[in-house]
Design a protein around this ligand. Structure first.
Ligand code: SAM
Length: 334
């Protein structure tokens, strides 16, 4: 099948070429805008993961046609270089780096953006779990960079894979936005788990200081999480259960207890745990250690066969050499 058959099969691929878009994904953003009026009142926009540039083209055409072109500022970021577009400033950079956030802010002369879009996709490996994980990491990186550059009330749109852990991402986005919707434009194939989160009404938690330190991102070794405070810090409570008189699971207790001090403290424990069978530890002075078998040994442990082989001296026996068919002797004397 040549190029022409792809043209025939995919209507959006054909339309994109006819309408002058660099990629068929332009229609995804256009259809999202039809539903959400994303571009209303937008003067400053950021396109993360922009190459080859069809979303930047949409931003350029839409924003520059409805505003004074001098008022419009669009910054596009991608790891890869992109051919120039009218009214689009390009940054060849990585969206997981804080330096990229600073460069965007510098282009906006300190003013925050009204809209951030991200159609980022890592190179697909074909292993679904890994692809979903990397996509989620890229989305979190985009969210992080967005917290540096978006104005309060602004909008963030990003590609998401609706995999099994998608609810975790939704709840992370809900921390920062009043409205989070998952949208699937018609131009996005039904067979793909791709969708787009439309996050409206940016309102970070009070006192939140933007940083690139989402613990789910593993490139953030430069941040000391213990120094983060207030809403910047997520703390899962740690509860130590049991009091100090309980046995210490990291300690090795002797089979016969000798030191007097030890006996005293352990006898306190025994007092507290007198319903438990303690005979195997034989903690009483003077008594000999008496082995007590487990109450319920495993029924059919996976090591059973290995134990049997070892017991019967059958483990790792040298195999006799396999019989090799020897060719009939040839008489070379003739
Ligand atoms: N929206 C684009 C368009 O309409 O032309 C298509 C984007 S393409 C599907 C995904 C892009 O994500 C690739 O160009 C890739 O280089 C970029 N990307 C992936 N990881 C990135 C990262 N860490 N930083 C910047 N760009 C990244």
């Amino acid at each position: 099948m040549g190029r022409s058959s792809k043209d025939k099969r995919d209507i959006y691929y054909r339309l994109a070429k006819e309408e002058g878009w660099r990629a068929r994904s332009a229609f995804k953003l256009l259809q999202l805008d039809e539903e959400y009026q994303l571009f209303q009142g937008v003067h400053r926009a950021v396109d993360l993961c922009a190459a080859p540039g069809s979303w930047s083209q949409v931003l350029s055409r839409k924003l520059r046609s409805s505003n004074e072109t001098s008022e419009v500022k669009i910054v596009a970021v991608d790891l890869q270089a992109m051919a120039p577009l009218p009214g689009v400033i390009q940054i060849q950079g990585d969206i997981t780096k804080v330096s990229t956030a600073h460069e965007i802010i510098r282009h906006f002369k300190g003013e925050p953006a009204d809209l951030v879009v991200c159609d980022g996709a890592p190179d697909v490996t074909g292993l679904h779990d890994i692809d979903e994980y990397i996509q989620a990491q890229l989305l979190l990186a985009a969210l992080n960079i967005t917290t540096h550059v978006l104005r309060t009330g602004g909008t963030f749109v990003a590609k998401i894979f609706r995999g099994k852990d998608v609810t975790l991402l939704y709840s992370q986005l809900k921390i920062f936005f009043q409205e989070v919707t998952c949208a699937k434009p018609r131009s996005s194939r039904n067979s793909s788990i791709e969708a787009f989160v439309v996050c409206q009404g940016y309102s970070p938690p009070e006192g939140y200081k933007p940083n690139m330190s989402n613990p789910l991102l593993d490139h953030c070794y430069d941040v000391d999480f213990n120094q983060l405070e207030g809403p910047n810090r997520v703390i899962v409570p740690f509860l130590a259960c049991g009091d100090l008189s309980a046995y210490d699971s990291d300690k090795t207790y002797p089979l016969q207890v000798r030191p007097l001090l030890f006996i005293t403290s352990l006898s306190t424990q025994r007092h507290q745990y007198e319903n438990l069978p303690t005979s195997s530890l034989q903690l009483d002075t003077g008594k000999e250690y008496n082995y007590v078998p487990p109450n319920q040994p495993p029924i059919r442990p996976p090591y059973q066969e290995a134990c049997f082989l070892k017991k019967n001296n059958l483990l790792a026996k040298e195999r006799p050499p396999s019989p090799v068919s020897t060719p009939p002797a040839t008489n070379t004397s003739e």
